[in-house]
Design a protein around this ligand. Structure first.
Ligand code: ASN
Ligand code: ZN
Length: 312
């Protein structure tokens, strides 16, 4: 019939149009999911040879440190991606390597420039170091610092380096618990304190909210002074730790959303500056608090007052 002929002509016209015009690319309906970097775990079997023997399927290991090193490394990678769009330690999808059961009753954990290493603790002073989510994020953040500002591990930069690890270590622990700043304890190492340490009244290694606290195993100065850079970095980190706590507290909400963004940007958006001073870092966060949150003067005021309070 005429109707069918008309439809056929219309159809032919559409086909011709389609042949002549390049089809527009259909828009991707949603962004592709981010793939977390791989996490590898090695077992030192109580030796000090690194990295040790690689563990297959660490995520389903019955061994606590092996499983935790895997799961929490992936969680730290997720923390850095979800909140700061950083792809792994180096910002370039680097595989996360951890070695556990390092040495015999080894009372520490460390980043060696390429990987994390965790001791089992002696069970008296310290428990297994993978029990601290903040400890795991602390060590991984040493890697982030190495691949960004490249802060030295001595002088004022050393204190800043340690403080970055405590700041993002605590922030990560808060993020895992979905804690607002007023509910967080701001302690570093609270989950690895052994019975002997607790018996002595130590609740943590360091207390960001109260660096001089006698309940911290390693009390720190809570105010800047010229010459603070001569201290071990774990002590000179006191004033910058307290500054972050004060800024986050005054801003309120989740530490990783505003204060964390300012600190992260200050750490990662400049060429390496291994000898950065504390006042230079403070100045960077003061500036970034305005440029990142131009419509939210609370952020700048909080950051400014926090540094001023610790003498910077
Ligand atoms: N656990 C310590 C730290 O990451 C090891 C060290 O003294 N560097 O700071
Ligand atoms: Zn450290």
């Amino acid at each position: 019939s005429g109707q069918i002929r008309a439809l056929r002509q219309q159809n032919a016209a559409l086909t011709l149009t389609a042949l002549r015009l390049p089809l527009p690319r259909p828009p991707i309906p949603f962004p592709l999911p981010h793939v977390l970097p791989a996490a590898h775990v090695f077992d030192c079997h109580h030796t000090t040879a690194l990295p040790g023997v690689q563990v297959a399927n660490p995520g389903s290991s019955p061994d606590g440190p092996i499983k935790r090193a895997y799961v929490e490394s992936e969680n730290v990678a997720k923390f850095y991606w979800d909140n700061f769009k950083r792809d792994s330690i180096d910002g370039n999808h680097m595989t996360l390597v951890s070695s556990v059961h390092y040495g015999v009753k080894y009372n520490n954990a460390f980043w060696n420039g390429a990987q994390m290493t965790y001791g089992d603790g002696d069970g008296q002073i310290f428990l297994d170091f993978t029990l601290g989510e903040d400890v795991i994020a602390h060590e991984l953040t040493h890697g982030v610092t190495q691949h960004s500002l490249g802060l030295a591990y001595s002088g004022e930069a050393g204190g800043l380096n340690e403080s970055m690890s405590d700041v993002f270590g605590s922030m990560f622990r808060q993020w895992e618990k979905k804690q607002v700043v007023t509910k967080a304890d701001w302690l570093i190492g609270a989950d690895i304190m052994g019975p002997l340490s607790k018996q002595k009244g130590f609740t943590c290694l360091r207390d960001m909210a109260s660096p001089k606290s006698p309940h911290a195993m390693a009390p720190q100065p809570d105010h800047y002074y010229p010459g603070i850079g001569n201290l071990d970095p774990h002590y000179s980190s006191g004033p910058p730790n307290l500054a972050f706590y004060k800024a986050a507290q005054a801003i309120g909400g989740h530490s990783w959303e505003k204060a964390g963004k300012v600190w992260y940007t200050a750490l990662t958006t400049a060429p390496p500056m291994p000898n950065m001073t504390m006042s230079k870092f403070a100045a960077r966060t003061r500036k970034l608090s305005t440029s990142l949150f131009p419509n939210d003067p609370t952020v700048h005021n909080a950051v400014d007052a926090a540094w001023t309070a610790v003498g910077l």
